[in-house]
Design a protein around this ligand. Structure first.
Ligand code: ZN
Length: 402
């Protein structure tokens, strides 16, 4: 279907690269609202020229400061949009970009102005091949992915809720002569274990005490053992505090006890452990939390203490075997047809755009569609221009099927 498409490293590539160089020269570290507005405006101008309606909305970040969000949307027949997600901000302020051979050395070239430029280039390739822009194509570019992420989270939640698919333009990874695409991302749930035992003098009445510390330590060791190497679930105990109720509840006032002889003769009646679990599917997340609750019940009975497990903040996983699987396979096949080998990351670490979605169980997500490079978040950041070329073609091919 695409044999007649022009060679890429022609006019479209050069124009895309020139735009990317411009975007990278505009300094837009997180928090620099004026710089971010300049990037949003420049990108918006290019997308308007390609038939998208561009709107730069001002939203309040975590500190109450107004920051720009670019929403560029194509005509939509139905109400389910094809949503592309990216961010305008960089970690560092910009230094002048430099093209050196097959590399663009520039702030944000990799993370992720390269991904934003890829979309512009892909739209041009699509148009040059006589293709139509997918119905309801919508780019949402946010200003705070590298900082608090509160606007990012809101925007992704809002726009993904009625999306027919979500494409994330964050970079893939170089893999020898191949590159990667992200199909899976672990979700997380935070938890807190509270244990109450019975205090006793350890010299006079040791056997009358019920150590919350010993119970919590048992539970923590059992919890950690639920972790499975590789792509499996993990449980991390981030902290465990135990001692007398005063010590635990007013830790800041009582930390000077550490290293002294005081209160060593009390069987500790109170313990608090906090941590998180990470998992690749909602079912796996539910299963591991059920096992942690069972372990708390078992240990409470064994130690004759009260143990309560409370869950907190949660971010959904992107299951590599979920609704995005078919789309990922399609992208890999489209790349292969162009002689470009894509490997699939089933288990990318960290929390990112897809974890902000309300519903990763029914909306397909493909992440890591942006070009690869190196030196992310450093002064040595660079983008592989051969990858930019390949990713433009891939995205154009993929959009043609959506
Ligand atoms: Zn990024």
């Amino acid at each position: 279907m695409t044999e007649d498409r022009r060679p890429v490293r022609g006019e479209v590539f050069e124009r895309t690269l020139a735009l990317l160089v411009e975007l990278c020269a505009l300094s837009s570290p997180s928090g620099d609202a004026d710089g971010l507005r300049r990037v949003a405006a420049r990108l918006g101008t290019e997308l308007s020229r390609r038939g998208l309606a561009c709107d730069v909305r001002e939203e309040r970040d975590a500190d109450g400061v107004l920051q720009p969000v670019l929403v560029a949307s194509g005509p939509a027949a139905g109400d389910r949009r094809l949503v592309l997600v990216g961010h305008l901000d960089t970690v560092l302020p910009a230094v002048p970009p430099k093209v050196a051979g097959d590399r663009l050395e520039a702030t944000g070239a990799l993370d992720m102005k390269g991904g934003l430029a890829t979309l512009v280039g892909a739209l041009d390739l699509l148009a040059a091949a006589g293709g139509r822009m997918p119905d309801g194509l919508t780019l949402v570019a946010v200003p705070d992915e590298e900082s608090s992420g509160s606007i990012s989270e809101r925007a992704v939640r809002h726009w993904s809720a009625r999306a027919r698919a979500v494409l994330v333009l964050e970079p893939g990874e170089p893999r020898g002569d191949a590159e990667s695409l992200v199909a899976g991302r672990r979700g997380l749930t935070e938890w807190r274990l509270e244990v109450v035992g019975r205090p006793a003098h350890s010299g006079l009445a040791y056997w009358e005490g019920r150590s919350a510390l010993a119970a919590a330590a048992d539970w923590c060791a059992a919890a950690q053992r639920l972790s499975v190497p590789g792509a499996g679930r993990t449980v991390n105990v981030g902290r465990l505090v135990a001692g007398t109720t005063d010590f635990v509840d007013a830790l800041a006032d009582n930390h000077a006890l550490l290293g002294t002889s005081r209160q060593r003769n009390i069987v500790p009646e109170r313990a608090v452990a906090e941590g998180e679990v990470r998992f690749l599917s909602a079912a796996e997340g539910a299963a591991v939390l059920a096992e942690l609750t069972d372990a708390a019940d078992r240990i409470a009975a064994d130690h004759e203490v009260v143990a309560t497990l409370i869950t907190g903040v949660s971010a959904p996983p992107v299951d590599p075997r979920g609704p995005g699987e078919e789309l990922v396979r399609r992208a890999v096949a489209l790349a292969a047809a162009r002689g470009f080998r894509l490997e699939v990351e089933d288990n990318r670490g960290g929390i990112s755009f897809p974890n902000y979605m309300t519903d990763t169980a029914s909306v397909p997500v493909v992440d890591g569609l942006g070009p690869v490079g190196g030196g992310m978040h450093t002064r040595d950041e660079w983008l592989d221009l051969r990858s930019l070329e390949k990713r433009m073609v891939l995205l154009a091919d993929l959009l043609a099927t959506l």
